[in-house]
Design a protein around this ligand. Structure first.
Ligand SMILES: Cc1cc2nc3c(=O)[nH]c(=O)nc-3n(C[C@H](O)[C@H](O)[C@H](O)COP(=O)(O)O)c2cc1C
Length: 364
């Protein structure tokens, strides 16, 4: 039964008496603080996403099947895996394959990495006919091979170059340009504000901030105060990122940092339903039921089928081993089931294993 309905900024906010216990602000099924809705910037350039929740760019994770699933669940914008600007320049086939996307996943943000303004400009122009909504520049990748080349988070050390790169991309791209940065390169140079200001000066339409330094990779806790500092310093919208795992943490990040949008990364592994939870929370709806074993089984089969169609059986089986590991994390007997799945080489055996692994699991 409905307890309360009100219209706010065009949103219907409902509090339902059967939405479980009296939930605290930010938990699924509850309202969202008025300040979060009222103070946020709701658009990036000409794009007005239908809610504040985005799928983060993740190499090896945010491929086309994952992006389409997350869009269908409720993510309002999905980022591609990072794509080499140099690879686009040299017409590398593997790079081109990363650009493939489904119509249903749009709006999509294509993320490129590189450090040479002219190569970035070439890539930006080449991408103009891909039908993406946003062009994003990676300034946060911590992987040694990337950093050694001066790409990714190496750019955190060069705010002047950051501005030149963004300006080159903005000039060449017919889409809004954004950048994804980190808190800094290391503990001694937490310069996210300086870099975000350079991103803004270059003409970007938004900046995404992951609250960790390059030195931290993905360890420790993301520092959301750096996202708050960036939000205070720039006028463009800020996308907060790091350690969002459910609606409660998403709303906490928005409340504490004042960020306009939230990017969700690792929490989507084995749980694309997170975007449904976030969307329901944003729309003020009662939290939906948790996905059951059948939902998980069907989602795994769907991902496997889509991987086969996209990448062929050989690659799909190998990727599915990794994906199965995500879904089986925390499941009773999961380690044993994962070990079995890791030996599979045949697609039919993989389908059978997906059916079997859930047969003995109850009540998750
Ligand atoms: C396996 C993996 C791959 C990633 N690949 C990218 C990438 O291609 N581009 C990027 O900007 N960030 C990448 N990231 C970082 C995420 O976008 C995100 O900033 C980070 O995981 C923190 O957010 P989370 O706590 O929600 O996971 C990657 C992270 C992981 C774990």
């Amino acid at each position: 039964m409905e307890k309360e309905t009100r219209i706010q900024n065009g949103n219907v906010i409902r509090k339902s008496s059967d939405s479980g216990p009296d939930l605290k602000t930010g938990e699924p099924g509850c309202g969202i603080p008025d300040t979060v809705r009222e103070n946020r910037i709701g658009r990036i350039g000409d794009l007005e996403p239908e809610n504040p929740f985005f799928l983060a760019p993740m190499a090896g994770i945010s491929d086309a099947p994952m992006r389409r699933i997350c869009r269908q669940m409720g993510a309002s914008l999905v980022y591609t895996e990072m794509i080499s600007a140099k690879g686009l320049y040299y017409g590398d086939k593997k790079t081109d394959r990363l650009l493939w996307s489904y119509d249903e996943e749009k709006p999509t943000a294509i993320q490129i990495f590189g450090h040479e303004p002219d190569i970035i400009a070439y890539a930006a122009e080449k991408l103009n006919d891909r039908g993406h909504a946003i062009l994003d520049i990676n300034m946060g990748c911590p992987v040694p091979k990337i950093v050694k080349n001066g790409d990714g988070s190496a750019l955190m050390k060069k705010p002047e170059l950051v501005e030149q790169i963004i300006r080159a991309a903005v000039t060449a791209s017919d889409r809004p340009v954004t950048a994804k940065i980190r808190a800094g390169f290391d503990e001694n140079s937490r310069n996210a504000v300086e870099v975000a200001l350079a991103v803004e000066s270059g003409g970007a339409s938004a900046v995404a901030v992951h609250g960790r330094t390059r030195e931290q990779f993905y360890s420790g806790q993301a520092d959301w105060s750096v996202i708050a500092d960036v939000k205070k310093a720039v006028k463009i919208p800020v996308i907060g990122n790091g350690d969002v795992v459910d609606p409660a943490s998403a709303i906490r990040l928005m409340t504490e940092s004042g960020c306009d949008f939230v990017m969700v990364g690792r929490a989507v592994r084995g749980n694309p339903w997170i975007f449904r939870d976030l969307r329901y929370c944003w729309e003020g709806l009662k939290a939906p039921p948790r996905p059951g074993t059948d939902d998980k089984k069907e989602m795994m089969k769907r991902q496997f089928n889509e991987l086969i169609a996209l990448k062929g059986e050989y690659a799909a089986v190998r990727e599915m081993r990794k994906i199965a590991g995500w879904y089986l994390h925390g499941v009773p007997g999961g380690a044993r089931k994962r070990a079995v799945i890791n030996t599979i080489t045949d697609p039919q055996c993989m389908f059978e294993a997906i059916n079997n692994v859930w047969s003995s699991v109850r009540g998750i």
